[in-house]
Design a protein around this ligand. Structure first.
Ligand code: NAP
Length: 247
């Protein structure tokens, strides 16, 4: 059974990945949708062409990750495309964000992404793709978004190393690093979108289309839009101490 698997599929970019994968990869037998909000995923499942399996999971719950492991063991799928999209961010000074929220970001953005990838790896065959949704926040440390940016730096570093490890198995890993995207992310982050971010805000349809194209081409990175490409170059060549004043 050839499948695509998308985490964070109940909204935003994950939802868009589900739609676009379904439209583009009709040869897959199923698409597995993972998130906590079952009804949202059922709505998406009803909208898309591919057969969908709605899997309600809190990826930060170790027992529910065990359930996922067991599901893989029972179903033995051939995962042709894995998209790790579940994630959240909280803005504000570290002193003001409560400890659970800060650790929750690490649990979901790093720990759960690593767990899902590791659990899926035995079921990913050659000529398959992994898409890890990172963020442009990975490029430069970000005061008032410190833990979130650090989790995304982890995703970027992990994805690049994993890509090298999996080359011999002909599995490509693409890290998607968007700037601000118009999703529920900012409602969850509990923040008003700043003017600069509004100016460069992208639509999830465009970011996901670019990401799927980049993954199909086997690219290591998918960075949508000129402003974020510039941020990437700046992050590589300019002192972070200076850049942190602007971001
Ligand atoms: N929007 C942006 O500006 C932006 C920019 C760069 C990168 N990103 C990254 O893009 C990814 C998708 O974000 P988005 O913008 O699409 O935001 P979103 O609309 O808020 O989507 C987040 C998704 O993560 C899922 N999720 C949250 N907690 C979960 C948990 N404990 N277990 C399972 N699933 C969970 C949510 O589903 P449930 O609530 O139903 O569980 C939802 O489907 C994230 O990794 C985010 O860090 C976003």
């Amino acid at each position: 059974m050839k499948i695509a698997l998308v985490t964070g599929a109940s909204s935003g970019m994950g939802r868009e990945f589900a739609k676009q994968i379904s439209a583009r990869y009709s040869k897959f037998d199923e698409i597995w949708l993972i998130a906590r909000r079952t009804e949202r995923m059922e709505e998406i499942a009803a909208e898309i062409k591919l057969n969908s399996r709605v899997i309600s999971l809190d990826l930060t719950n170790p027992e529910e990750l065990q359930d996922f492991k067991q599901l893989l063991e029972t179903q033995q799928p051939d995962i042709k495309l894995l998209v790790n999209c579940a994630g959240y961010g909280a803005t504000g000074p570290c002193e003001e964000i409560d400890c659970d929220t800060q650790l929750g970001m690490i649990d979901l953005n790093c720990r759960a992404l690593t767990a899902v990838t590791t659990l899926c790896l035995p079921y990913i065959s050659s000529n398959s793709r992994i898409i890890q949704v990172g963020s442009a926040a990975a490029f430069i440390p970000q005061p008032d978004f410190a833990v979130y940016a650090a989790t995304k730096a982890y995703v970027l570093s992990y994805s690049r190393a994993l890509r090298t490890e999996l080359k011999s198995r002909k599995i490509s890993v693409t890290c998607v690093c968007p700037g601000p995207v118009n999703t529920e992310f900012f409602d969850v982050a509990g923040t008003k979108v700043k003017f600069l971010k509004k100016m460069v805000m992208a639509e999830p349809e465009d970011v996901v289309e670019q990401a799927i194209k980049d993954a199909a081409l086997g690219n290591a990175l998918s960075i949508y839009g000129k402003p974020m490409k510039l941020a990437y170059i700046a992050g590589r060549f300019l002192p972070h101490k200076l850049l942190m004043k602007f971001f």
